[in-house]
Write a protein that binds this ligand. Structure first.
Ligand code: NAP
Length: 173
């Protein structure tokens, strides 16, 4: 996560150069904090509740959860300057408690204590911001881009980045 001082500098720069921020898309995220290039299966195994490294859980939450709170708080002054600002948090179906509680969900084996619960927490944070900002006209939504071939999953995803990028658009307009 960027240090708070850098976030404030960015916010001031947006304010002085553009006057306002219409859309904030919190896209940054990590799936693990181990060696780069690990296969998804390996990441899934090391994220199991019984063996996961607490340090790795902390690192992933730092970016996926605390980072979103910090960036959103830092950008709120310039979002408030826009007439109908939008905040879109890029979350994941893998964080859904409803989907993962369903025994028929074949992907629930990947629900460990590292990445998936960070997205569960992100969903909760999205709701918390949406509730607080309800009366301001700033809408806050979470989206899932789908299982996309990126660095995040060792390019094992099945969708393209172009397809994934369409998901935040309706929430941003
Ligand atoms: N790919 C999927 O199947 C999938 C599915 C559901 C949800 N998502 C979500 O989609 C979002 C984008 O992921 P992606 O698949 O595009 O992965 P990606 O290719 O690995 O991109 C992640 C991006 O986040 C940035 N980032 C990571 N940690 C950061 C930090 N601490 N501070 C600032 N930037 C940071 C990375 O910057 P650097 O390159 O500079 O490190 C990179 O640009 C994530 O929130 C992810 O959880 C992805």
């Amino acid at each position: 996560m960027l240090p708070i001082s850098i976030l404030s500098t960015q916010q001031r720069r947006i304010r002085s150069e553009l006057g306002r921020l219409d859309v904030l898309i919190n896209n940054a995220g990590i799936s693990h904090a181990g060696e780069p290039g690990r296969k998804l299966e390996e990441v899934g195994k090391s994220g199991k509740p019984s063996v996961a490294s607490i340090e790795e859980v902390r690192t992933v939450f730092e970016t996926n959860v605390f980072g979103v709170i910090a960036v959103t708080q830092a950008m709120l002054p310039v979002l408030r300057k826009a007439p109908t600002a939008r905040i879109v948090n890029v979350s994941s179906g893998s964080g859904s408690l409803t989907l993962n509680a369903d025994p028929n969900n074949s992907h629930r084996e990947m629900f460990g204590v590292v990445y998936s619960p960070s997205k569960t927490a992100l969903n909760a944070i999205t709701l918390a911001f949406a509730i607080e900002l309800e009366s301001t006209g700033i809408k806050v939504n979470a989206v899932c881009p789908g299982f996309t071939a990126t660095d995040l999953n060792n390019f094992e995803g099945t969708g393209t980045v172009q397809q994934a990028a369409r998901h935040p658009v309706p929430c941003s307009s």
